[in-house]
Each structure stands twice: as C-alpha cells, then as structure tokens.
Design a protein around this ligand. Structure first.
Ligand code: EPU
Length: 336
C-alpha cells in the first residue's frame, strides 16, 4: 500500500474542482481497506466523485475506493443474483448487464459514478430507482473494521435517500452491492414520456433492454452535460415536495407549474422549473454557471472553485425562496 503526497483531485471528481489531497491512497481490496482502517481513522472517502462538491484542500487521508469485480452468486431460469464491488463504474456495469440480457437497470444508463455509491442516494432516473433491484449492501464499519451487511429493507431507501445519508453517514464504507435482475419477461419501464417518444421516433414497438438503454442515453445526452466536457454533478438540487395547500396557492399565480402528486397532501415540483423561472437557466457567473438545457445542473466552466459553485447555489436557493416560498435542498454532498 503506497500513500501518495499532495495529489490533485481534479480528475477524481466530476465537477472537476482542483483541490489537493495531502495524502492519497487508492485501495483495490477489502483486505487492504481493513488493514488501513486499523491505523487510519481520520479519513475522507472518494469513490466515483460524481455526487460531491469539494470546497478546499483535504488534510485527512483520502481513500480512493477502487475495489473491482462482479460475481454471479446464484441464478435460476428467471433471475440472476449478482454481487458487484464498489469500485466498478456504474454505466459500464449497466452495459455489461444489458449485454448479458439481465434486466432492471437499463433506465439508469449513463448515470455517472461507481456502483458503491448508488445505494447512498438511491439513484433514480426515468421512472426507475436502484432500490428496486438491490438485494443487499455490504460495507466495513469504520470504527471496528468489521464487515457488515444490510438487507434492502435495512437500507431504508427513499427518494434520493437511505440510511447511508442519515443514521449511518460517515460510519460505513460500502464495499459491494447485491442485485437481483431478470433473465426473461423483463419488466420494461417505458412510461416516462421522453422514452416513449424516443422509441416511437425509431419505430420500435417491442423494445429490448438495449433499445431502452439507447433511448435513455439519447435523452440524457440531449439534456445533461457530459462531465468529461464540462464539470458537473448531475442534479444539484432535489425536487422539492410541498403541501397541496401551498401548491394550489402557487398554481394561482403560475398556472403552468409542472407537478407530480406524491400523496393526498403532497406535491412534487421540479426544481429545474423553479430555477429556470427565477432566471438562472444558462446564466454564467465567472467560472460557475447553470446548464443551458437543464436548470437543475450547475456547471464548472473550467476553473471554478467549489466555493464559487456553492455561492451560486446559495444565490439560487435565496431567489427561489423569495419568488416561490419554496426551499431547495442541495442533493450533492458539499464538503464542509
Ligand atoms: N424543467 C424546467 N426547466 C429545466 C429543467 C426542467 O422547466 O431547466 C421542468 C420541465 O417541466 C420538465 C420537468 O422539470 O418536464 C422535469 O424535468 P426532467 O424530466 O428533466 O427531470 P428532473 O425532475 O429535472 C429528475 C432527476 C434526474 C433524472 C430525471 C429523469 C432529481 C433531482 N433529478 O430530474 O436525476 O435524470 O429526473 O428521471 O430527481 C441526477 O440525480 O443527477 C439526475 C440527473
């Protein structure tokens, strides 16, 4: 195990923020990680770096989780059970599933990041959330170095949420995720408007897993910036859920406000709409900005500091609150 000194993390976070790690190590096995935890307690975990905003140099030991490997634990004629190590790239894993005709993750194509972080925020897109296919999550307890396992229920998944963002935050290093995927009679979810349109454009009536994946890739590419071209972390804010009473009040002055019913008394409204209506879409403030095609995504034009992006986020939150009396919650992990 080699600990490197003064490493730039610019290529380790999709926002492309140039902060330095005083000490940095890339670990490739659970054993290595366990050995490290025996001597190092003050650590900063880095996985795919796709859902974090780094704001300053890191004094703690930065551990880059790079444990790879996919194993088939079990299968029958209908389903396959996989264990996937946390350092596998998410999109490559999704493509591997599609090439093996394993169904369930195709709507989650092209999401940046690694497998090990997908349960933390319960990644979701185009009508599917990863919680629907997760069977278990394994990790190491930082305090004891012990291997621990969580069933799907124990993870308490919610919209962009799980125990790993709450009671277990900072306590567990996720090392692998278990999935149950279909081998036949795939339950395709094409009800999301843009997917239907994309399939219809190609005259596809009976879509395959790869047809759905291709449609999702096309939609994402048309709306979301590629982190390799322009630094970003996907949705920067969560879509807020407000009371029906507040929604009806807002609707009076904004008859076109998009909305999704969550429950009898709760309505979700797209944060992207609120940000766009507040005049931020496509606006640039120095090196930071709001993406021109999707107002939910903040971007780094090249040399933004994390603080610059965070200040822009705060300005957006304050303006949306003033205009709509709605609080926008940041979805990305902002380094404190
Ligand atoms: N909208 C605007 N202006 C914008 C963007 C969106 O008015 O600039 C409105 C439109 O009315 C649109 C609606 O918002 O119909 C919803 O937009 P979209 O379908 O693009 O989805 P979203 O709610 O903005 C969520 C996820 C995305 C996910 C998409 C597709 C959250 C916070 N974001 O975005 O997730 O890809 O749905 O399912 O739930 C991510 O987490 O990084 C991410 C990209």
């Amino acid at each position: 195990m080699i600990i490197q000194q003064n490493i730039s993390l610019k290529n380790y976070n999709t926002f492309g923020i140039a902060v330095n790690a005083k000490r940095f190590i890339s670990v490739t096995s659970v054993y290595e990680l366990q050995q490290l935890l025996k001597v190092e307690k003050d650590i900063f975990l880095l996985s795919g770096g796709s859902n974090m905003l780094l704001t300053k140099d890191i004094e703690k030991l930065v551990i880059h989780l790079n444990i790879k490997g996919i194993s088939i634990d079990n299968e029958d004629e209908n389903a396959v059970y996989l264990t996937v190590n946390s350092g596998e790239n998410w999109h490559e894993f999704v493509l591997w599933c599609i090439s093996n005709n394993y169904g369930g993750l195709e709507n989650l194509s092209l999401i940046p990041g690694n497998v090990g972080t997908c349960p933390i925020q319960n990644i979701g897109a185009y009508g599917v959330e990863v919680k629907d296919t997760i069977t278990k999550v394994e990790g190491l307890e930082i305090e004891t170095g012990k291997l621990v396992s969580f069933s799907n229920e124990a993870c308490k998944f919610g919209y962009r949420n799980s125990i790993f963002k709450n009671s277990h935050k900072g306590k567990i290093i996720l090392t692998s995720v278990g999935f149950k995927l279909t081998k036949k009679n795939h339950l395709l979810n094409t009800s999301y408007g843009a997917i239907e349109t994309e399939l219809a454009l190609k005259n596809i009536l009976k879509p395959s897993l790869s047809n759905v994946s291709d449609a999702v890739i096309a939609i994402r590419k048309s709306k979301l910036p590629d982190p390799k071209e322009i630094g970003n972390s996907g949705s920067f804010f969560k879509n807020p859920v407000i009371s029906k009473k507040q929604f009806l009040k807002l609707q009076k002055t904004n008859p076109n406000i998009p909305n999704y019913v969550v429950s009898e008394n709760e309505i979700k409204i797209p944060a992207g709409w609120l940000v766009e209506q507040s005049g931020f879409k496509g606006k640039r403030f120095g090196e930071a900005g709001v993406h021109e095609k999707q107002a939910l995504v903040l971007v780094n034009y090249g040399n933004a500091s994390g603080e610059e992006i965070h200040q822009l986020a705060k300005k957006i939150q304050a303006t949306v609150l003033k205009n709509f009396q709605v609080s926008l919650e940041i979805e990305v992990n902002v380094m404190q």
